[in-house]
Design a binder for this molecule. Structure first.
Ligand code: PMP
Length: 440
């Protein structure tokens, strides 16, 4: 069976001639590193609110994209970008009020002890910068991450992203800990396992003559399989790491900007005090703005010894986009909506779990949900094939989700924050229909 970009010739049979041509052009122009979603890939041409549209005008409910989080092409964000683009777009080496207003308001969403913000264009760059800052501050190089982490694409950060694939071999200065997987470890074991793993990682780094610099953790452990709790379960492990001189970098690229419910930031569910936080994805609702927030002592230590200039990071158009996103989150009460609809989805998914034994676990916070599928609830054997089938069947029904986790058996459901109750119902209906259609 021939493969193009991960597609078998069988998959290719269901594509229209035009779709086949696009798939072939992609493969020829971009090479094999780029992967498409779905057995029948989606040719998107337009987005509006919670919907994506294909060339035939068919609409798809977006329960996956954590970038255009406040809604595709949200008019206020589009207007802010075009207004600023028509007025001025330079960089951060001139005095500009827009950037400072935005910086102030962004910092206002964090606890007061976090006093500095720096801008980048991507989450990867933000993590890369955070790591440089942590190394400078601590004089160390060792980093602790979770076993199936994803933190980005720069050279240093790809080395902290084992979920990139088996050829991403961890370098000697990196140690891994288990994610707080309450389903497989048991809810009462999560906190103690995490502390023990952090202790072992620090000890092992030191044993090998490596001074630890940081522990870097995704606020919802998305690539590890979406683990939202129990609330506070990582607090003791983080406190231990900080007492040992490591900086705690909270990667909020996935869990930030109201994604996890009432809290604006994912770390707030865990009673922890990050030294640095990295932000991205929904920050500009599709416009590439990202950044980091941190303690003044830490950020200033870096800046006193090193200048920082990022040509596009924090430019006036990016800051206008970021400002509009903050305004929309506030004015449309998206934190409240993320919480309320997230709870409604959790309840609906748990009801489905009563009907379908293939659902081993339902978890999440706010509008970030994970549904783990298993072929046997007793052994928790992963149902990866069925997970893929559900994702593809839902796409055929016009609802977009994806899958995550090292065992590829967790439905990753991340509805746009612009969802209304009716959209939550459509989503739940589609999950139910896809589960019903699984072959026994
Ligand atoms: N951290 C996390 C947790 C992410 O999920 C991602 C992107 N998926 C990144 C960092 C990197 O962000 P970017 O793609 O903007 O570089």
């Amino acid at each position: 069976m021939s493969m193009i970009n991960g597609f078998t010739s069988e998959d290719a049979d269901r594509l229209s001639d035009k779709e086949k041509r696009l798939v072939e052009r992609r493969a020829r122009l971009l090479g094999p590193a780029y992967r498409l979603f779905y057995e029948h890939p989606l040719h998107t041409v337009r987005g509006e609110g919670v919907w994506l549209y294909d060339e035939q005008g068919r609409r798809y409910l977006d329960a996956y994209n954590n970038v255009a989080s406040v809604g595709h092409c949200h008019p206020r964000v589009v207007e802010a970008i075009s207004r600023q683009a028509g007025q001025l777009n330079t960089h951060t080496r001139y005095l500009q009020e827009g950037m400072l207003d935005y910086a102030e308001q962004l910092l206002g969403t964090f606890p007061e002890y976090l006093e500095r913000v720096m801008f980048t264009c991507t989450g990867s760059e933000a993590n890369d910068l955070a790591l440089r800052i942590a190394k400078q501050f601590t004089g160390g190089t060792g980093v602790i991450i979770t076993r199936f982490a994803y933190h980005g694409v720069t050279g240093d950060i790809a080395e902290l992203s084992p979920s990139l694939g088996p050829s991403m071999v961890l370098p000697p200065h990196v140690r891994t800990v288990r994610a707080p997987d309450a389903y497989r470890l048991g809810a009462d074991q999560v906190a103690s396992t995490f502390v023990a793993d952090v202790r072992a990682a620090i000890d092992d780094l030191r044993k090998h003559g490596i001074r630890p610099a940081a522990i870097l953790l995704d606020g919802i452990f998305a690539s590890d399989g979406v683990f939202a709790g129990p609330t506070g379960c990582i607090a003791e492990g983080i406190a231990l790491a900080q007492a040992e001189g490591l900086l705690y970098i909270a990667d909020e690229v996935q869990s930030g900007f109201a994604r996890t419910g009432l809290n604006m930031w994912g770390f707030q569910r865990h009673d922890v005090r990050p030294d640095l936080l990295t932000l991205g994805k929904p920050m500009g609702n599709g416009h590439p703005i990202a950044g980091l927030v941190g303690r003044a002592q830490v950020v200033d230590h870096f800046g006193q010894n090193m200048r920082y200039f990022n040509t596009f990071g924090g430019n006036p158009v990016s800051c206008a986009a970021g400002q509009a996103v903050l305004d929309v989150i506030r004015d449309e009460q998206l934190q409240q909506r993320s919480h309320t609809l997230g709870e409604c989805l959790l309840t609906g998914l748990r009801e489905l779990a009563e009907r379908y034994p293939i659902i081993g676990d339902v978890r999440g916070a706010g509008m970030f949900l994970g549904v783990e599928l298993v072929t046997d609830r007793a052994t928790k054997a992963p149902a990866a094939t069925q997970t893929r089938q559900v994702v593809n069947a839902m796409r055929e029904q016009g609802v977009l989700i994806s899958a995550a986790g090292p065992l590829e058996n967790v439905l990753k459901i991340r509805p746009l924050l612009a969802f209304e109750q009716e959209h939550a119902h459509l989503l739940l209906e589609a999950v139910g229909t896809a589960l019903e259609g699984l072959q026994p």
